[in-house]
Design a protein. Structure first.
Length: 271
């Protein structure tokens, strides 16, 4: 399995990052895509991803933290992308849920990153909260881009439109909550070829871990929930979503779980 969205460079992992990665590997997770938040954290992110096998950084500017982004950050991002050759541009996008969002600033920052993704022929990792329609409209101005809308929470119609545009949709801990009925219905209906698994760790814990730090070893719980909703085997979902992630992010095919990990381990609490 591949965790397509995990902030594994977050300081909350500093006390036990190696142990957390070992737990993830033993749970069947072979790789993490580690998206960025702010430019000041890119060096730390690069270091963390360089210290452990199977960690792949993406660099970008998160829309929730516009006050932290400087005037020269887009130029700096272009330099980082050219030098570091990450697997994607992101995390970028639009967030109109936060109080008093700088909508115009977010839009400019987002579209500048879409332009970089086009220039460097990279996928984008997109954050869209209360802004799926606005994100979709922006993507229409940049035809040919590819990427993923992580932690997708839009409608079936929006999902179908984004898939038609060539984008994948990421799903994580929220699918384990019974009250997320619309999301669970959506997950049951979408083509598996358009889906990625993610934890968004340390955020968005699954139902079993509510209120606790999330980590990539919880990916099998998400897998089990999706398998139960779709009536498919965890092994098949793991196989196809792993292939989806490898293709989108051009990840190497050589990363393997340790032999001791055995078959995919899943909790069936949500099936």
């Amino acid at each position: 399995m591949i965790d397509s969205h995990c902030h594994f460079d977050h300081p909350l992992f500093d006390p036990d990052r190696l142990a957390a990665w070992e737990r993830a590997r033993n749970a069947g997770v072979t790789a993490l895509v580690v998206p960025a938040i702010r430019s000041r954290e890119w060096p730390r992110q690069r270091r963390v991803c360089g210290e452990l096998p199977g960690l792949h950084p993406a660099y970008g500017l998160h829309p929730m933290f516009m006050a932290d982004h400087g005037a020269g950050d887009i130029r700096l991002l272009a330099e980082w992308i050219e030098r570091e050759r990450p697997v994607a541009v992101g995390e970028c996008g639009l967030d109109f849920f936060i109080p008093e969002p700088d909508r115009a600033g977010q839009q400019r920052c987002f579209e500048a990153q879409l332009e970089l993704a086009r220039t460097f022929d990279l996928p984008v990792i997109i954050h869209a909260r209360r802004a799926v329609e606005q994100v979709r409209n922006a993507l229409r101005r940049y035809p040919g881009l590819r990427g993923v809308l992580h932690s997708f929470s839009g409608s079936l119609q929006q999902a179908e439109q984004l898939i038609e545009m060539g984008f994948l949709l990421g799903f994580g801990g929220p699918v384990t909550y019974p009250r997320a009925s619309r999301l669970r219905r959506l997950v049951a209906r979408l083509p598996l070829q358009a889906m990625l698994l993610e934890t968004d760790a340390p955020d968005q814990p699954d139902r079993e871990q509510r209120g606790q730090r999330n980590e990539p070893a919880r990916l099998p719980v998400i897998l089990a929930a999706i398998a139960g909703l779709r009536g498919e085997t965890p092994e098949e979902i793991a196989r196809i979503t792993t292939r989806n992630a490898r293709t989108l992010f051009a990840l190497p095919p050589t990363e393997q779980s340790p032999p001791a990990s055995g078959p995919v381990r899943v909790s069936r609490s949500w099936s």
